[in-house]
Design a protein around this ligand. Structure first.
Ligand SMILES: *Cc1c(COP(=O)(O)O)cnc(C)c1O
Length: 426
């Protein structure tokens, strides 16, 4: 398979931007703005392309819910044969609600509580990924008390160098909080192999996100494979070789992810070890399917900067201010010409921006903008800061669309607050 060109779910018809067979203007008119829109066929296509690329070895694709955990999306992916990767008891609940069977779920996460670990073991998830010796001890105690042998994998920190990632999205280098530190693995493994309460069934790594270079996979896979051989020699009956997530999305002019090269790195290694390959993609599956629709409220020149003040900002999409991330922004119906602007939201923070010093379609108050490639780490990171209800989410499938998450109401936002106080004597 060559570097396969993945289809573009958003295209222009008669000058206006559509998602699949639906004009974005129609969705904005019906549900208001801000609103997230996702292409169902983009999700299906991503899943199928990765599945086809890995065809050379028995494999499982466990979609990482933390990129976007909305039920409507999960159901589309599950119908394709996709499985789930969760990092909290809350995501475990969402995966189960969307119909994933326990044995289709991997439960990872660096800070699982005892209650979350117990819930995962009791549900019978495929693997509980263990990230330290201390966590292993809790898994053993909970498995013992439940009267079961818990199937676990070790998430190890392969301590590889991850170049050109934002420092907040590199996770598999020496000194990161994630995974069992490389040097601790032999001692933790000896403990697991001697325990009657756990079965060490797999090895896992996750070196980072938006890996535009495949080198960290190459280095990490080599280290993980060496570890698998050592453990097999010590009597571990491993079944799974999990290379984590991190496949990139195309935000700008990046090369599309080279699935053939990725497969050429991971497939032969899993095959030679006789293990089933697991991948945990998040961003790759959902990022490009999504757009955030926002309307321009004001255009305000101030101190030499031309601000487009929109009804979406950091509360809807945190990535620009948190990671300095780039998102392309287009007018849904361009009026012609371009200008250099800062696209900002209504939040009372100077860090509230979607783009700075950006040359883009000229826009005026009332115009509808599409902030592109926002399917991953968009809605899930939404804030209610400044008492702003969260946006609705809309799924487009061919010429149809449906609201998969309704707009939050002001009542929803204050629902947890006590109106009268029940004091407890301390
Ligand atoms: C976040 C995460 C993923 C998914 O990462 P992407 O970069 O979105 O593919 C996979 N595995 C684990 C353990 C994660 O924490």
């Amino acid at each position: 398979m060559g570097a396969r060109v993945l289809a573009q779910p958003y295209a222009r018809r008669d000058g206006a931007l559509w998602c699949e067979g639906v004009p974005l203007e129609a969705i904005a008119a019906a549900v208001g703005t801000p609103a997230y829109v996702y292409s169902a066929n983009a999700l299906r296509e991503r899943y199928r392309a990765l599945d086809a690329a890995l065809a050379g070895v028995p494999h499982r694709i466990h979609y990482s819910l933390k990129a976007n955990s909305s039920r409507g999306l999960l159901e589309v992916l599950r119908a394709q044969g996709c499985r789930a990767d969760v990092v909290s008891g809350g995501e475990l609940m969402r995966a189960r609600r969307a119909g994933f069977a326990p044995e289709e779920i991997i439960f990872g996460g660096v800070g699982k509580t005892r209650a979350e670990i117990r819930a995962g073991i009791a549900a019978g998830v495929l693997l509980v990924n263990v990230e330290s010796g201390a966590e292993l001890a809790i898994v053993e105690e909970e498995a013992k008390s439940l009267g079961v042998c818990a199937r676990i994998a070790f998430r190890v920190n392969p301590e590889v160098y991850v170049a050109n990632a934002h420092e907040f999205i590199a996770t598999g280098s020496r000194g990161h909080k994630f995974g069992i530190p490389w040097g601790d693995v032999p001692a933790v493994a000896a403990r697991a192999l001697a325990s009657p309460h756990v079965e060490l069934a797999g090895l896992d790594m996750h070196v980072g996100s938006q890996l535009t270079s495949l080198e960290p996979y190459e280095d990490g896979v080599a280290r993980l494979a060496q570890l698998a051989r050592d453990l097999q020699r010590q009597g571990a009956s491993l079944r799974f070789f999990d290379v984590g997530g991190g496949l990139p999305a195309r935000y700008d002019a990046e090369e599309p992810p080279d699935l053939a090269r990725f497969a050429a790195i991971v497939v032969p290694v899993a095959a030679s070890l006789g293990l089933e390959l697991i991948v945990e993609p998040g961003r790759f599956v959902v990022a490009e399917s999504g757009s955030l629709l926002t309307r321009v409220l004001y255009r305000k020149p101030s101190g030499g900067t031309d601000f487009l003040i929109c009804d979406a900002g950091m509360s809807e999409l945190l990535r620009p201010s948190h990671y300095d991330a780039y998102h392309a922004i287009e007018a849904v119906r361009p009026r012609g010409g371009t200008s250099t602007v800062d696209v900002v939201g209504p939040i009372c923070e100077t860090g509230d921006f979607l783009a700075r010093d950006r040359v883009m379609d000229d826009a005026a108050p009332g115009d509808l903008l599409a902030v592109r490639t926002t399917g991953a780490y968009g809605y899930v990171m939404a804030l209610t800061y400044n008492t702003r209800p969260r946006s609705p989410e809309v799924l487009v499938d061919g010429a149809r669309w449906a609201v998969i998450t309704r707009r939050e109401t002001l009542d929803d936002l204050v629902r947890l607050e006590a109106a009268t106080l029940e004091w407890t004597e301390g």
